[in-house]
Design a protein around this ligand. Structure first.
Ligand code: TYD
Length: 137
């Protein structure tokens, strides 16, 4: 499984750091939605779903957390620990977010508006979805 992790350009000087994200320049899709999670309990795992179409970039803009990616054939755990790191999550990818630090803020840039019909929340259904997708290629 190929993991795409971006290191965004930091504009730093003696006042501090700044990261700017532009669609199609820094982010490979049109950003239609931004959301973020915070106050996430220490032992909480979130996610447990995949998307049929949606693509995302996950950025832990404060604190740290871990992301488990699963393409139906292989799993990988990717730590997000820096505010200038972005993890690309394609469609057809099961994701779980866990090991949140107390101060973690996980921001998500998404290629689509919120649409429950785009979610696959059942793991067996997800495995079936990726198997069928492979057949079509
Ligand atoms: P949920 O999908 O459970 O979050 P996670 O993927 O982190 O486990 O979403 C939590 C709640 O927020 C749920 O009631 C749906 C709502 N929600 C929106 O209204 N808009 C959004 O863009 C997202 C991502 C969630």
């Amino acid at each position: 499984m190929q993991v795409i992790k971006y290191a965004f350009q930091q504009h730093g000087d003696n006042r501090g750091q700044l990261v700017a994200l532009e669609e199609f320049n820094d982010i490979p899709f049109k950003i239609k939605r931004v959301y973020y999670m915070y106050d996430t309990g220490k032992d909480v795992t979130r996610g447990f779903h995949a998307h049929k179409k949606l693509e995302q970039i996950l950025i832990c803009i404060h604190g740290s957390c871990k992301i488990r990616l699963d393409n139906g054939f292989e799993k990988k755990v990717i730590p997000l620990e820096k505010p200038y790191e972005g993890l690309y999550v394609s469609n057809s990818m099961w994701r779980e977010m866990f090991d949140f630090s107390e101060d973690a803020v996980l921001m998500v840039l998404a290629s689509e508006l919120y649409d429950e019909a785009d979610y696959i929340r059942n793991y067996d259904e997800f495995l079936e979805f990726v198997k069928n997708e492979k057949k079509e290629v």
